[in-house]
Design a protein. Sequence first.
Length: 372
Amino acid sequence: MTERVIPLADHRYLASLPAIPAILAAPTGVLLDRLQRPLHDLRISVTDRCNFRCSYCMPKEIFDKQYGFLPQSSLLSFEEIARLAALFVAHGVRKIRLTGGEPLLRRDLERLVALLAELRTAFGDPLDLTLTTNGSILAKKAESLKRAGLGRITVSLDALDDRIFRRMNDADFPVAEVLAGIDAAERAGLGPIKVNMVVKRGTNDQEIVPMARHFRGRNVALRFIEYMDVGETNGWRMDDVLPSAEVIARLGEAFALEPVPVTTVGETAERWRYAEAGVAGEIGTISSVTKAFCHDCNRARLSTEGKLFLCLFASRGHDLRGLLRGGASDAEIAAAIGLVWQGRDDRYSELRGQGVAAGTGERRVEMHYIGG
Ligand code: SF4
């Protein structure tokens, strides 16, 4: 494994050029890591830019006008993304989530969606192709994304109250436009829609019940996400975390809820439905801090310029773009991906929960760079 000199544009995170094994074992559609977790989900960040400045992800005082976002030349092209995605799919990926930054800011994203929609899993099925957006331009894009082949969509929405929402996105962006985006996505058939709310105690937790009331009765899964210590810039404190157990207790006072059994391995959310007959909609909690789910984490992350990260809290990536642009063949890159995943033993949240110092002590990657 060789340590590479990283050009200035990508000076943020260490990445090494993955070794290409001597024997190029062909992908079999099943790839296990050291904790026997199969590779299943791939999250692809298509841009490190965003038009919001949510304090838990891209605080404005750091990601300001002087911040050096990645130049276009260092981003993977759509063809490079599709080529890598096909290799991950051959290894067993069945779900691809497009993320960012804000993915809808990447021009002509529909073209990438169409390339990915052509892929078939190792077992011949269509991929579960989804995308996470802040919803700011979704109203304009929902139809064209659906036509291009997008299956589902997740919208981040941290409050219904316009004043609180504008304060949380720190870009003075009105909540009405995001709500219009969710409606447009529903009309376009991008459902069941997931709506993610990051809950920060003392900042927006008073919005928990109003959010549930707003989406109750609609084909929407509303998930409450515990505020996480991702990256190094959001000033995370445990005091600002509202444990999911408290979220469900509050909702339980307002609505009759019943648990929904787990349906897929690697599901991050615990789910509830409304007990009242005929009421559509779901509630979920994603509890990375108080109830870690690393034991069946089957997610790989590809950064905007082609670094493979094995955990949301990782510090080091594996430079697949270097192999791509260095002339490596598909068989060589696939074998290198296989070797990297087989060496994976990440379980940051689990260790954090056990009070064990997790990670390498090096700077953790920022969420806007590899997608949440
Ligand atoms: S902390 Fe890392 S290993 Fe654990 S669930 Fe999150 S991404 Fe997966």
